[in-house]
Design a protein around this ligand. Structure first.
Ligand code: GTP
Ligand code: MG
Length: 200
């Protein structure tokens, strides 16, 4: 699978529209989930070696649509809107969390979930919820500790180890890797896991 061939397919405002336009019984999907500003869109750009595939921003809450990209026929990467953004009204946050839960629990073509967390602020309640939902749905999880370039090598290794320990009770279903879109750290590892999920 050549991730550089990834192209935009569709944007959907919510799960219902996604399901209508791209029925979940078709193809394979890998979702990118994480708090606002965690680096989801940047990671997608880095992994596909494209500068502007997914829109990135310094302002949290940039991605408010579900953006779907296709890497190879029927193999899709999904950039989900970030959760936990402070400025969003509580009712909207609740609604989006519920929609995320439904997507993770019921989207038939979903084959794996990448949960991205800023390496300086990992394992918030909602991050744990995403991991929990995914594991309960029998989906493998790749936790990416993003912006690893912001820490020294030793601090980075310590955080990766701490997060691995904290998630050890999930067993092999959950993997944890450091990642930097800026430096490309962790890219080969992530691409091999995504390929594994796409090709079963
Ligand atoms: P939402 O769409 O709002 O949910 O955010 P997102 O998770 O898609 O984050 P995005 O990729 O837009 O990145 C947010 C900010 O973090 C931007 O200013 C990026 O430049 C920065 N950023 C992302 N990845 C990295 C990284 O690996 N290293 C550094 N230093 N900054 C990064
Ligand atoms: Mg984004």
């Amino acid at each position: 699978i050549d991730f550089r061939k990834t192209h935009f397919v569709i944007s959907a405002p919510d799960i219902e529209h996604l399901e209508q336009n791209l029925p979940g019984n078709d193809g394979i999907e890998i979702a990118f989930a994480g708090r606002s500003n965690a680096g989801k869109s940047s990671a997608l750009n880095a992994l596909t070696e494209q500068k502007n595939l997914a829109r990135t921003s310094k302002t949290p809450g940039r991605t408010q649509l579900i953006n779907v990209f296709e890497t190879a026929a029927g193999c899709r990467l999904v950039d989900l809107p970030g959760y936990g953004f402070a400025q969003v009204p509580l009712a909207m946050k609740k609604k989006w969390q519920q929609a995320l839960g439904e997507y993770l629990q019921h989207r038939e073509c979903l084959q794996g979930v990448v949960v991205l967390m800023d390496i300086r602020h990992p394992l918030k309640d909602l991050d744990m919820q995403m991991v929990q939902w995914s594991v309960e749905s029998q989906l493998p999880v790749l936790v990416l500790l993003t912006k690893s370039d912001k820490l020294t090598q030793s601090a980075r290794m310590k955080t990766v180890n701490d997060v691995r320990k904290a998630l050890a009770n999930f067993g092999d279903a959950v993997r944890v890797e450091g990642f930097s879109s800026l430096k490309g750290t962790g890219k080969p590892k992530v691409l091999s896991i995504l390929t594994e999920w796409f090709t079963g």
